[in-house]
Design a protein around this ligand. Structure first.
Ligand SMILES: *Cc1c(COP(=O)(O)O)cnc(C)c1O
Length: 483
């Protein structure tokens, strides 16, 4: 079939034209999607925070086939097999792990980003999209107190942002070959596991990793850190990377960033601050106070899909000395003639592992533009005060003992039963509360003990939800103890 077959072309075109629906069909599709989204949002306050999940969510009922099905049928399947089971992360009653966001405005930004499909990887291709993402990164640099020459990247999340930071610090210190076994990384037992994963991915699995002890509030002990760096220096090791947490995932503890920065400076080590959970609390006065010293780091991770209430898939990394980020990720290819016009604006493709990427900046930009910063500051401040309230109240409920006063918006506590093993009891308490579905909390291990945690970070969590959590916990503990 060498010659061009016009009949065949027409037949294929007829089919492929359904990929570009006309106005009436678009309207019909949009109406169906909007109706479903509205129903989901209308029911969010009463929907369970958790529905125990069957092993098979039944997605295989609908096979992917040659011919399509009606969108209404597809949405029904989505509702049944995805949105009605497991944890409802959009619920204001979801207080487990680290709650994420899901702002309506951000969803509209995503919709538009997908419709216009701007290529946000290269300035030459889409100068506006790249400029918008750089503007957002500049805004983040400003609110944390990073200088003009800082550079960053909007990532898919905190794990990628930690990886980018580790690679940048590796290349800045030329931790290669024999140097790897000599280089020392300082963390605590509260450091997020994505840091160890990043080291492994970056080929640094043979680095020496020192776990610095923490104080009773789970914050890194700076005097122990100081001693460890001194000892490593005199033993011929190379103190390379200190990873401090600006809000640990476990308890929300903020390491003493100012003191740690002073130590890093004195020994010439790279200070990375993981603020994936807590970073954006810098926007409210209470958080700003707790996070002081954060700007003294060399690199910093912030997750807009945590403390900026964005939907999943939005992280950020900032590197204070911007050129170091560029040196680690600058890409060259014959077909990427991007720098030929001497573009000043840095491109994400030169500051991250990605080339083609989601234009994730638009969801942040549209939200911040339309809502302004004030509601974000208010929500963050509210979360801190709700965690303090919860901590104070649970402390006075019979049988409960509490962890440290919350630095940010996570409170820890456990129930001490009159008899029996407290760890097993708290596990049972957590499971019972989860399965009831009214609220969702999670647990962790602190110094070998099972501890319950209430993490308040949904923009839909207010005083009513927190009061309900207190009641559910007290009632369930009493019931289990009487059983
Ligand atoms: C959530 C979290 C991460 C990982 O971020 P992802 O966005 O889930 O990849 C890293 N560090 C801390 C402190 C976190 O809370």
């Amino acid at each position: 079939m060498r010659s061009c077959n016009l009949a065949y072309l027409q037949e294929m075109a007829k089919l492929s034209r359904s990929l570009h629906p006309k106005a009436a069909e678009r309207k019909r599709l949009l109406n169906q999607v909007m109706a479903y989204a509205n129903q989901f949002l209308e029911e969010i306050e009463t929907a369970p925070a958790y529905v125990p999940t069957p092993n098979d969510p039944g997605l295989d009922d609908l096979k992917i086939r040659e011919t399509g099905i009606d969108i209404a049928e597809a949405i029904l399947q989505l509702n049944k097999s995805v949105d009605s089971i497991g944890i409802n992360l959009c619920s204001g009653h979801y207080l487990g792990y680290v709650p994420s966001g899901g702002l309506f405005h951000a969803a509209l930004g995503d919709f538009l980003a997908a419709i216009t499909n701007r290529f946000a990887g290269l300035h030459t291709v889409s100068p506006g999209a790249v400029k918008m993402e750089n503007m957002l990164l500049k805004w983040m640099a400003d609110i944390v107190g990073y200088p003009e020459f800082a550079r960053g990247n909007l990532t898919s999340g905190g794990s990628m942002a930690n990886l980018i930071s580790v690679v940048t610090a590796r290349d800045a210190f030329e931790v290669v070959g024999k140097e790897i076994g000599r280089a020392v990384v300082y963390i605590t037992d509260q450091t997020h596991h994505s840091v160890a994963k990043a080291l492994r991915i970056a080929g640094l699995g043979r680095c020496v990793v020192r776990k610095i002890p923490v104080d009773p509030a789970c914050r890194m002990d700076p005097s122990a850190l100081d001693k460890a760096l001194a000892a490593d220096g005199s033993a011929g090791k190379r103190p390379w990377l200190i990873v401090a947490s600006a809000g640990t995932t476990n308890t929300g503890a903020v390491d003493p960033l100012g003191e740690i920065a002073e130590i890093a400076e004195r020994y010439g080590a790279w200070l990375h601050v993981d603020g994936a959970y807590g970073g954006f609390f810098v926007l409210c006065p209470e958080g700003h106070q707790v996070l002081r010293g954060m700007h003294l780091s060399d690199s910093l991770v912030l997750d807009p899909h945590k403390s900026l209430f964005m939907p999943y898939g939005t992280g950020a990394v900032l590197v204070k000395d911007g050129p170091k980020l560029y040196r680690a990720f600058k890409a060259e290819a014959d077909y990427l003639q991007s720098d030929l016009d001497g573009a000043e604006e840095p491109s994400p493709a030169d500051l991250s592992p990605e080339l083609s990427k989601h234009f994730r900046g638009l969801r942040i930009w549209l939200s911040l533009m339309v809502l302004g910063i004030a509601p974000f500051r208010a929500a963050l401040s509210e979360k801190i005060h709700l965690a303090r309230y919860f901590h104070q109240k649970i402390k006075h409920r019979k049988g409960f003992e509490v962890g440290p006063y919350p630095d940010l918006s996570i409170a820890t506590y456990r129930y001490i039963p009159k008899w029996g093993d407290a760890d097993a009891f708290n596990h049972r308490l957590m499971r019972a509360v989860q399965n009831e579905g009214k609220i969702y909390i999670s647990s962790t291990l602190i110094k070998g003990k099972v501890v319950l945690r209430t993490a308040i970070l949904s923009f839909r969590t207010h005083l009513d939800e927190v009061k309900q959590a207190l009641d559910v916990l007290a009632k369930t503990a009493k019931r289990l103890e009487e059983e």
